[in-house]
Design a protein around this ligand. Structure first.
Ligand code: GLU
Length: 290
């Protein structure tokens, strides 16, 4: 059997909290138990929100937790060329289209449809699907608009699904021990025409993740339950781009005292804040049950 390869892939747009600690510690434990490798990937495509300070904080927190990862670390912002190559392929195969509607225009168009009694579909995160009007624009009109306004490259979900043809699924482990697994139906259409890239940035989260997981030979994607449904979109992109599919385990989320998902602005569950208040790495492991 090939050596298992795990990864922890935080975005440096805030401080790590207990949820990240659990994810990182679980990946490290599984890598150790399976004789596998652990990679750290910095997902910093959002140049406006990611900062060197948050990135330094990630290294500091992981080191303090006793986690060891391989160097060099892959920083997505240094690999836009890889994503651009894939994007060009999707453009050439007419699987993406430039979408010009602003947030305000999207909101207005949906409010208008709902005002007329139509229930607008929402994605698994509760966000209304993109009204795909731009798909109907002529080539000339597209080119005219692309020269001016900002736009996003969106996946033509219908075209993408028919390109792939049959049913899509992924392998999901049933527990932290990765003993048993089942096949889960991928339902990318739940997300509508997702953003694959933007005018200024040749990628989005989904595109960068599938390319990196493939380039880094990731065999096991172990990440939070909040990304479970997104796996459907990622499986579709893997098929479209001819990339291998890793196996997945979407772990439980660590919730705050109010029962809600932790966010990066929640100071008291931040790893740095815990450390500064005198907690030890063992205390953090205890808190997340590892
Ligand atoms: N960068 C993503 C995050 O911080 C995780 C991506 C993934 O694990 O696939 O939420």
């Amino acid at each position: 059997m090939n050596t298992p390869v795990f990864r922890f892939a935080p975005s440096p747009n805030g401080e790590l909290h207990l949820g990240h600690a659990y994810s990182a510690l679980l990946n490290a434990k599984l890598a150790r138990q399976t004789g596998g490798r652990l990679l750290l990937r910095i997902e910093d495509i959002d140049l406006a929100r990611c900062t060197p300070e948050f990135e330094a904080g990630i290294y500091r927190d992981l080191e303090w937790l006793g986690i060891e990862w391989e160097r060099p670390v892959r920083r997505q912002s240094e690999h836009f060329g890889d994503y651009e190559t894939a994007l060009k392929r999707l453009i050439a195969e007419e699987l993406v289209y430039p979408a010009f509607m602003s947030r305000g225009e999207i909101r207005a168009s949906i409010a208008d449809a709902e005002g007329r009694g139509r229930l607008w579909p929402r994605d698994p995160d509760g966000v209304p699907l993109y009204p795909a009007f731009d798909k109907a624009l002529s080539r000339r009109e597209r080119e005219r608009r692309m020269a001016g306004a900002p736009f996003a490259w969106r996946l033509d979900m219908e075209a993408a699904k028919s390109r792939v043809g049959g049913a899509l699924s992924w392998t999901e482990f049933s527990s932290e021990e990765l003993a048993a697994a089942e096949q889960i139906d991928a339902r990318p259409e739940q997300w509508g025409d997702v953003v694959v890239a933007r005018k200024e940035i040749p990628t989005s989260y989904h595109l960068a993740v599938v390319i990196d997981d493939a380039l880094q030979d990731i065999s096991h994607v172990v990440r939070g339950r909040d990304l479970y449904a997104a796996t459907g979109v990622q499986r579709l992109l893997q098929e479209l781009l001819g990339l291998p599919a890793p196996r997945y385990f979407h772990h439980r989320l660590i919730l705050g005292p109010d029962g809600r998902k932790l966010s990066k602005s929640l100071g008291d569950s931040g790893i740095a804040a815990l450390r500064e208040s005198g907690a030890s790495a063992a205390d953090v492991r205890g808190k997340v049950g590892l």
